[in-house]
Design a protein around this ligand. Structure first.
Ligand SMILES: C[S@@+](CC[C@H](N)C(=O)[O-])C[C@H]1O[C@@H](n2cnc3c(N)ncnc32)[C@H](O)[C@@H]1O
Length: 246
C-alpha cells in the first residue's frame, strides 16, 4: 500500500475532516451484534485499521481492545487520545499476532484497501485465524459494486478558526479498482499546503465478498448500514457484515 498522505502527513486533520462520523452510534451497533452473535467467552477485541481510535473511544468500557494500523502517525494520535489502549503498527494483509480475539473490527471502508479478491481472501483467512471459535468479525464495505456511482464528486471540507481544508475526488472505476486521486488543500496560519493523495480502493460485488467469507468458514449476516435491518441493495446504505467463526 502506498504511504497515503491523509494518514501520514495530514493525519492530524483526520478527526476534523471526519467529524460528521457517528462513531458513537456505530459503536452501539457493534455492542448489539456482539451481544447477539458472539458465543466465545471473552471480550478481547482487535480493531484492525483503527485509525485515530474513533470507535475504540466508545468501546473501551465494554471490551479489552488492541488497535492495529499500518500508519504510525494515525496510531500516535490514537495513543495520545486513548492512553489505556494498546496500539500496534502492522499491515492487516500480513497480520500475525500472538493471541486470538473474540471480536475483530475493520471499519469505515478500511477493507476496501484490497484491490483483488485473492488479496481480500488472504486477509479474511488472517482474520479467521486471529478469531476464537464463536468469535465475530464486523466490517463495512463502504465501496461496493451495488452502491457505486461513476463520476460522483466527493468533497469533505472543514473551516475551523484559522484552518481551512478540503479533500476533493471523483469516483472513476478501472477494472474494479478506484484509483482515487484525492486533491488535498490546506490553509493554516496563512500558509497553503497541497497534495495529490493516491489511494487504491477495490470495489467488489457484495455477493462475491459474502462467498469468499463462506469459503473461509464464516457465517454471514449483512446489515443495512449500522442499523438493525437486513441489507437492501437498492438503498444508499453500505453493507455491514457481521461474520461468525462457527
Ligand atoms: C478510512 S480510515 C478508517 C480508520 C478507522 N477505522 C475509522 O473508522 O476512523 C482507513 C484506515 O486504514 C488504514 N490502513 C490502510 N491499509 C491498511 C493495512 N493494509 N493494514 C492496516 N491498516 C491499514 C489507514 O492507515 C487508515 O487509518
Amino acid at each position: 500500500m502506498p504511504e497515503q498522505e491523509l494518514y501520514r502527513k495530514f493525519a492530524n486533520y483526520y478527526d476534523l475532516i471526519y467529524q460528521w462520523m457517528d462513531y458513537e452510534g456505530e459503536s452501539e451497533f457493534i455492542k448489539m451484534v456482539v451481544e447477539d452473535y458472539k458465543t466465545s467467552e471473552g471480550m478481547d477485541l482487535l480493531d484492525v485499521a483503527c485509525g485515530t481510535g474513533g470507535h475504540a473511544q466508545y468501546l473501551q468500557d465494554s471490551f479489552n481492545i488492541v488497535g492495529l494500523d499500518i500508519n504510525h502517525e494515525m496510531l500516535e494520535i490514537a495513543q495520545e487520545k486513548l492512553p489505556g489502549i494498546e496500539f500496534v503498527e502492522g499491515d492487516m494483509k500480513k497480520m500475525d499476532l500472538p493471541h486470538k480475539f473474540d471480536s475483530i473490527l475493520c471499519l469505515f471502508s478500511a477493507i476496501n484497501y484490497h484491490t483483488t479478491m485473492d488479496e481480500l481472501e488472504g486477509t479474511f483467512k488472517r482474520f479467521y485465524e486471529h478469531l476464537k471459535s464463536g468469535g465475530v468479525l464486523i466490517f463495512d464495505l463502504g465501496f461496493c459494486t451495488e452502491n457505486w456511482e461513476e463520476g460522483r464528486m466527493l468533497v469533505d471540507a472543514v473551516v475551523q478558526g484559522d484552518l481551512q481544508l478540503a479533500r476533493i475526488s471523483q469516483s472513476r472505476l478501472y477494472h474494479g479498482v478506484f484509483n482515487a486521486n484525492f486533491v488535498f488543500l490546506v490553509k493554516e496560519d496563512g500558509k497553503m499546503d497541497f497534495e495529490i493523495d493516491q489511494h487504491q480502493i477495490g470495489v467488489f460485488p457484495t455477493s462475491e465478498v459474502a462467498k469468499i467469507l463462506e469459503k473461509t468458514g464464516f457465517e454471514n449476516h449483512i446489515y443495512n448500514g449500522y442499523n438493525d435491518l437486513p441489507w437492501d441493495k437498492k438503498s444508499d446504505e453500505r453493507p455491514v457484515f457481521v461474520s461468525i467463526k462457527k
